[in-house]
Ligand binder design. Structure first.
Ligand SMILES: NC(=O)CC[C@H](N)C(=O)O
Length: 255
């Protein structure tokens, strides 16, 4: 099974390295025809407006939409989540084209600008039930988006409880727990809808490969279910253990 990684801009190299640690080959995708050679796709984080302009320039949107529509597994991280969303707010003037398919609304810069980037342990019960390991996951949020509302077919995989006074944008559909001074908004940061997975944070920037492994299992299950198209075999490209070359980004902790 080969995984395409959209390689127009952003953290595609880091995704390919994370896949390599699982023994899976990631292929850089820059042209529409390259999408025909892969059975699943990761859309990395970066800057969604720039990525959209590049995708437009290379006439990639029709092929990306087709890929999503045919039910092949696609995982969007951060800017990739914005790409997959059916609806986005907080976009730059003039907006930006989206691939769509994921029935949700995202706020493009929900958590603020670069200097408001942060790391936080988020509770990931569904991930842990599939992948084992700790009950929390270290989320790296860089100019991160968040999901404001989801449609009925979307499963919420993780929330991040944000003190309500720090929420820069509120929507009536974001769940708010009101208890005296302890006002917390449960912001949605990871979702799944059939073949689509999306995370507001950057698992490719941590040494914890559970989200990549989760996506690979999801892709495998879908491929088995689809019965027809077998995109090849898992290509082992070397080490399977967590690499030591991983550098942790030096970014402020959100509090
Ligand atoms: N780290 C990221 O991918 C940030 C995404 C950014 N908020 C955007 O609009 O593209």
């Amino acid at each position: 099974m080969t995984v395409g990684v959209l390689a127009l801009q952003g953290s595609f190299n880091e995704h390919i390295a994370a896949l390599r640690r699982l023994g899976v080959q990631g292929i850089e995708i820059r042209k529409a025809e390259q999408l025909l050679t892969v059975s699943s796709l990761i859309i990395p984080g970066g800057e969604s407006t720039t990525m959209a302009k590049l995708a437009e320039y290379h006439n990639l949107f029709p092929a990306l939409r087709e890929f999503v529509k045919t039910g092949k597994p696609v995982w969007g991280t951060c800017a990739g989540l914005i790409f997959l969303a059916d609806r986005a707010v907080g976009q730059k003037e003039g907006g930006q084209e989206l691939v769509g398919g994921l029935d949700c609304t995202v706020h493009r810069n929900f958590f603020g600008s670069q200097i408001q980037s942060f790391e936080a342990d988020i509770s990931v019960p569904i991930l842990t039930s599939k992948e084992g390991g700790p009950e929390t996951y270290r989320g790296v949020f860089i100019r991160a988006p968040a999901v404001l509302d989801v449609g009925p077919d979307v499963e919420v995989l993780a929330h991040y409880p944000v003190p309500s006074n720090k929420v820069l944008y509120s929507s009536s559909t974001v769940q708010i727990q009101e208890e005296d001074a302890l006002l917390e908004t449960n912001v949605i940061v990871a979702v799944k809808q059939r073949n689509l997975l999306a995370t507001a944070f950057h698992p490719e920037l941590t040494a914890d490969t559970r989200w990549h492994s989760y996506f690979m299992k999801m892709a495998k299950e879908m491929e088995q279910g689809a019965s027809s198209s077998s995109g090849g075999t898992i290509v082992s490209v070397g080490e399977t253990s967590v690499g030591t070359e991983q550098t942790k980004p030096d970014i402020p902790i959100y509090q």
